[in-house]
Design a binder for this molecule. Structure first.
Ligand code: TPP
Length: 203
């Protein structure tokens, strides 16, 4: 029987990672989610097993929702891989480089279309990443070439600790009010800091 993950399952997993990190058991950076559980569960209602998911440095929720078992995921995180989690067997790929996974996601979508496959690509990014040139180019190319890719922009209003809107002098981000069908845009408020879990840990 398929197990559907709930909001509490996701929150509890991040809480466990936070505890391990604050105890000094994870000797590498972690980026935790909080506050976007309902939105991301909704996105995953349309993600099928055969689909690809591309992420950034913050990807624990996507891994869980794509079907990576909790123990396997936790093991990778404790081994210091949280920032770039890749599970090809579950068709999930991450990069810690701002914008790094977007052109790869586009390439995957292009290949799917070229080979007439039924798969889809889901590509997650933060709102600061969505303002970069590479994101604009990839979204434009995918839209105009009608590629099987959906971009999910998760807006926490910050780029590390910088206010994204004041950086660009924009009240509304470029894709915030978009009507494009290949873009999902949502705002959330994270209780965790950009990196770590609130306690200074010396590696
Ligand atoms: C090429 C590159 N430049 C800088 C960084 C450092 N960096 C990591 S996350 C981040 C902020 C990105 O902000 P946003 O896209 O809004 O993501 P989120 O707030 O969800 O982390 C920056 C500048 C990086 N990882 N890669």
């Amino acid at each position: 029987m398929k197990k559907y993950l709930t909001k509490d399952d996701l929150i509890n997993f991040e809480e466990k990672v936070a505890q391990e990190f604050n105890k000094g058991n994870i000797r590498a950076p972690i980026h935790l989610y909080y506050g976007n559980e309902e939105q991301i569960i909704n996105v995953f209602k349309n993600v099928k097993k055969q689909d690809w998911v591309f992420c950034s440095w913050r990807s624990h929720y996507q891994c869980l929702l794509k079907g990576v078992p909790e123990d396997i995921l936790m093991n990778e995180i404790v081994n210091g891989k949280s920032i770039s989690l890749c599970f090809p067997e579950y068709k999930i790929y991450s990069s810690a480089i701002v914008g790094g996974s977007i052109p790869i996601a586009l390439g995957a979508a292009w290949a799917i279309k070229f080979k007439n496959k039924k798969e889809k690509v889901f590509c997650f990014m933060g709102e600061m990443t969505s303002e970069t040139g590479i994101a604009h180019e990839c979204i434009k190319y995918s839209t105009n070439h009608v590629l099987p890719i959906v971009f999910i922009i998760e807006d926490n209003e910050k780029s590390v600790m910088t206010d994204t809107r004041s950086t660009w002098k924009m009240k509304t981000m470029s894709y915030e009010k978009t009507k494009q069908k290949n873009i999902i845009y949502y705002k959330y408020s994270n209780k965790y800091p950009h990196s770590g879990a609130g306690k200074r840990i010396q590696f």
